[in-house]
Design a protein around this ligand. Structure first.
Ligand code: COS
Length: 385
């Protein structure tokens, strides 16, 4: 398939592909085994300017859009979802600044993000606020010209390795989710520390940990948007970032398909390569159809977003849901095609299958995405009548 990428988009894709193949592939199994954050790979990505892809030029970035970010994420995901998560979480953490930051906040934080000198993390989830994002209990109580933060954020990607954090906390308890506000924080602020580091099923080259706030004082200047806008900041951030999760699904599924295909061409059973058996051929054909369908949807939504498409909530939820369900199915089928070998750690598909599961969970479970999609369908149809 030719998706008619521009010359610049092809360059972004080729650069990310080169990093994935030359730097990530040789160490992915070791990073997974040791649950190690890919510090050196992040430096290589920074040198290639890929952290600046989604940052406007006036703040030191390359000023590109969702399509370019998806291409970079897809290439990294073909090889290692843990590395691609460590990279893509920066975009998630940066969107609140891009969408709601003041000029001063943007000038202060974005150049270091664009250069990759500082990593970013987004803190919304808590022990009692996962799918029910409005149920957050971390508080940000106004005291003079400051807010005092107390509470714990859970399962935060890039927690502890990031320098900049965009955090959602409740500043007015009486208003529930509508009393939430968003803040930008920095590592090292008094009262801000890191808690439990999680041990995960997959994406083990990505760090996930708690953020703990204990009377952490944050200046009023660090609020993003206005007081009370925190829930909207979070929802609009997720609208932007979910397409990147879709791109992760496309890349991961593509990677698993080609691992299975290459294996099937050389594995001999009944004196023939197993790829000559129709049972295997049909599985591979179905995997290829799903990968291409997911890619077509993700690219078309990314182009809609870059073209100034107004309501991105439903399309980005659709792309995330479809592509990540495809990733789970295709990685599972890749293990099946490869049989006993697929189940062993000597081959990468068992890791790919473990990695795929998180895509159906993070940045909103696929059940929540379906709720969002249908609520928007209902809204649209009532508008048309
Ligand atoms: N853009 C702008 N505004 C939005 C919005 C969006 N995408 N989604 C919701 N809102 C607004 C609503 O319009 C509503 O505004 P009003 O108060 O003016 O009516 C407000 O936000 C509350 O919306 P809603 O009533 O739909 O909120 P719910 O508490 O029912 O929850 C879901 C909505 C479930 C969709 C939300 O909690 C969610 O996205 N959950 C998943 C969270 C998630 O992705 N977690 C992953 C952690 S980050 S890795």
């Amino acid at each position: 398939m030719d998706y008619f990428l521009t010359e610049e988009q092809q360059m972004v894709r080729d650069l990310a592909r080169q990093i994935a193949v030359e730097k990530v592939k040789p160490v992915r199994a070791e990073l997974d085994e040791r649950e190690e954050f890919p510090t050196d790979i992040m430096k290589t990505i920074a040198q290639a300017d890929l952290f600046g892809l989604f940052v406007p030029e006036e703040y030191g970035g390359l000023g590109k859009g969702a399509m370019e970010l998806c291409l970079a994420v897809e290439e990294l995901s073909k090889v290692c979802l843990g590395v691609s998560t460590s990279y893509a979480a920066n975009a998630l953490g940066t969107f609140p600044l891009l969408l709601f930051g003041t000029e001063t906040q943007k000038r202060r934080y974005l150049p270091d993000i664009a250069s990759g000198q500082k990593l970013v993390a987004f803190g919304l989830t808590e022990a009692n606020a996962g799918s029910d994002a409005g149920g957050i209990q971390t508080t940000a109580i106004r005291d003079g010209n400051e807010y005092v933060l107390n509470g714990t954020k859970q399962w935060i990607t890039n927690g502890s390795v990031a320098d900049i954090y965009t955090i959602i906390a409740i500043s007015d308890k009486s208003r529930g989710a509508r009393g939430a506000s968003a803040f930008v924080l920095e590592k090292g602020m008094p009262g801000f520390s890191f808690g439990k580091k999680e041990k995960k099923m997959g994406i083990r080259a990505s760090i996930t940990c708690e953020l703990v706030f204990n009377d952490c004082r944050v200046a009023m200047d660090n609020i993003l948007g206005r007081e009370g806008m925190g829930f909207i900041v979070a929802m609009k951030t997720l609208d932007q970032s979910r397409i990147g999760v879709g791109a992760q699904g496309v890349g991961l599924a593509h990677g698993a398909l080609y691992e299975a295909l290459n294996f099937a061409r050389t594995r001999i059973q009944f004196e023939k390569p197993i790829v000559s058996f129709q049972a295997i051929q049909h599985m591979l054909a179905d995997m290829a159809i799903q990968v291409e369908a997911a890619r077509a949807l993700v690219y078309s939504v990314a182009r809609y977003m870059d073209g100034g498409g107004k309501d991105i909530t439903k399309p980005s939820a659709m792309a995330k849901t479809f592509a990540t369900d495809v990733a789970m199915k295709v990685t599972t089928d890749a293990v099946q095609v490869m049989g006993g070998s697929g189940y062993m750690r000597d081959y990468p598909v068992e890791k790919m299958m473990r990695d795929a599961k998180i895509l159906q969970i993070y940045e909103g479970t696929n059940q929540i995405q379906r709720n969002v999609i249908c609520q928007n369908l209902i809204k649209e149809s009532s508008r048309k009548q």
